[in-house]
Design a protein around this ligand. Structure first.
Ligand code: GRF
Length: 192
């Protein structure tokens, strides 16, 4: 058994896929951490019975980051899962959880890091897909754990490609989260 938290800012479809998957595992999802009051992910957490904690960035970034750091220390997760969390984690938090923070990005990294990755790769007619990677101090630069290319056949619209990318995310990200938690459990390097 190992513990994780999910950080999300928006719709939370990946959060829901992960939370659902973990209910049939030995692992615990300790909390959803969200930076946006009124985000749809908060409704999902309430419906799924996952405790939600808000980090208040209206206090200013430094205060919010302190709040986030304290929250993480008190929750003491084995794994931090970023799922559409629209903030850059401060280096102090990244350093406090080496190889224990993962992120999902809707492009085939190292191509198209940062914002609007789907739209930019679409506009370039580039290969499109999803990457899960370890988080380092950069933006979408950490070591890649896995990538999946989305099918571009059939002359799909941008909306159709978005749907295909999200389908890949929901299929694979929960499995990667579970795999990472299994590995932590097996290694026995953490609190249990
Ligand atoms: C996903 O496309 C993910 O790759 C990106 O943010 C989006 C989050 O979507 N980092 P959701 O909030 O999980 O629906």
């Amino acid at each position: 058994m190992a513990d994780c938290v999910v950080l999300a800012s928006g719709s939370g479809s990946n959060f829901e896929a992960i939370a659902t998957r973990l209910t049939s595992s030995t692992h615990r999802l300790l909390a959803l951490i969200c930076d946006r009051q009124g985000a749809a992910v908060l409704e999902r957490a309430a419906r799924l019975g996952v405790p939600a904690r808000l980090v208040d960035y209206s206090l200013g970034r430094r205060k919010a980051e302190e709040q986030l750091a304290q929250l993480l220390v008190s929750l003491d997760p084995d794994l931090i899962v970023l799922a559409g969390f629209m903030r850059i984690l401060p280096g102090t938090i990244v350093d406090a959880f080496p190889e224990r923070i993962i992120n999902i990005h809707p492009a085939l990294l190292p191509a198209y890091p940062g914002m609007h990755a789907i739209e930019r790769s679409w506009a370039d007619q580039a290969s499109m897909g999803v990457t899960v990677h370890l988080v380092d101090r950069g933006v979408d630069t950490g070591p890649v754990l896995a990538r999946w290319e989305a099918d571009r056949s059939g002359n799909p619209s941008l909306e159709e490609m978005e749907a295909r990318i999200h389908k890949l995310e929901h299929l694979h990200y929960p499995l990667i989260v579970e795999r990472q938690l299994n590995a932590i459990n097996r290694e026995g390097t953490r609190k249990r």
